[in-house]
Design a protein around this ligand. Sequence first.
Ligand code: FAD
Ligand code: DLZ
Ligand code: SF4
Length: 508
Amino acid sequence: MGVLRFILGDQLTRSISSLDGLDPEADVVLMVEVAQETTYVGHHKQKIALILSAMRHFAEELRAEGLRVDYVRLDDPDNTGSFGGELARAVERWRPEAIMVTEPGEWRVLEAMQDWRELLGLPVHIRDDARFLCSRAAFARWAEGRKQYRMEFFYREMRRSTGLLMDGEEPAGGQWNFDHDNRKRLPANVHPPRRVRFEADAMTREVLDLVARRFAGHFGDLEPFGWPVTREQALEALDHFVTDALPLFGDYQDAMKTGEAFLFHALLSPALNLGLLTAQEVCAAAEAAWKAGTVPLNAAEGFIRQILGWREYVRGIYWLRMPAYAQTNALEARRNLPWFYWSGETDMNCLAQTVADTRRHAYAHHIQRLMVTGNFALLAGVEPRQLEEWYLAVYADAYDWVELPNTHGMVLFADGGLLASKPYAASGAYIDRMSDYCGGCRYDPAVKSGPKACPFNPLYWNFLLENEQRLARNPRMAMPYRTLAGMKPERRDEIRRDAQAVFERLGI
Ligand code: FAD
Ligand code: DLZ
Ligand code: SF4
């Protein structure tokens, strides 16, 4: 035969580079469900179901097109459980002249790929992943010679190079960024739209049964399961988002509300990261809606920045800095991850709600991830590796290339400020301003110490105290450190005692 074209579970795009030049007569497409990938972290049940169902649907689409697809299921009795093992078996079956694969989204898998040539005894061609708007090489050129990599500057370059939301050389509306308009609390009379969720067809049903049997001990609820598992469904989800939610996306981007996990967010990251949608088409859809006058500029810009800016930027940082990136621990954080991240059992209402949303949907929106679970772990000094494992496991959209920079850099400042110019540390007042969580909490965000005090308050000041040597000279931290400098030694001791009491209660 010809070439064995190996497609990984998050490469479900017809135009994936590993299929370029495919000869339908001679070549075979290989896809494998393997235990190593389903268990290298304890993925949320919905995440496993999503990936396996989307893989099976994609394989069917390729077959319907007349391609030869060799698909290995997880419960195949001869399944060896690893990419390498399944490739070796497929080479025995097909005797190809070479393997063609698109580079993976994880350093771990890329490292394993380097051994495949020797393992399999034939050429292994690794092609670039062309699904991103900024190639790894272009990002490296942008980063060269810079001391700090600021997303805002990268984003402007990307706006210029793609022409998205540009008016000639100038940004549309005369501003690059409308963040200032995008920090509203959700008023009681504004109701988020009903979201499109997709019924499981027979193929998804079979996968749901498999996951229920095989991964019963994994985190999270398996059902209701409503994620798009085909490109057709993902396009419907995109259309629904642009029509029903995008117009208010900007205004309420940072808001949080009890019982409203989705608000005006896109819910598109699982489909995007699997390859069911491209970044280019999603940005183009938002821009087109703005041009048609159905979406205001602050919403279109706020949304496009997340994808054209943040998504591309974190991917660039990941490949530029791995594997050393994951090893840093700039704030020397060593505490254990509190157990409630897995159990959801905590009397801190914001955390209980966020973990509950996460368990139920394998989803929480960005501000919940950054300012609730992320912020708490930052303030508590949780060891980066433990928090990273949690984020990688619990969200349907989580892959190392995007999860790691967000957790390690944006949330934990473990890279010492490569990605963010200051830690996103906040006390209970921020959560109170942006949500209704505090109203239903036994703690009070306005109380600074004692049994009613919101635990975020002593932890916030304790974080500043613990990191005084490392952070006090950061100009963006000048204000809180001035306040700290004005505190009496007795107040500092009280903060340390209150924070210690929180750690003891949590057993960390
Ligand atoms: P929206 O809020 O509607 O945003 C639109 C799109 O922008 C998203 O679909 C996503 O593709 C992109 N986007 C937004 N913010 C980011 C960002 N910071 N980095 C990369 N892309 C972004 N996103 C993932 O896709 N996978 C992850 O594993 C992941 N882990 C995260 C971990 C932490 C600690 C934090 C703070 C953020 C993480 N994010 C991750 C980013 C962001 O929270 C999710 O992309 C977003 O919540 C997905 O939901 P949505 O599609 O409704 O997004
Ligand atoms: C995440 C995941 C899971 C749960 N299962 C599989 C699988 O069985 N087969 C597969 O090809 N990919 C799976 N994936 C996605 C891979 O982990 C992902 O492709 C790599 O981590 C590279 O990003
Ligand atoms: Fe969270 Fe504190 Fe508000 Fe309770 S009072 S919900 S712990 S921020």
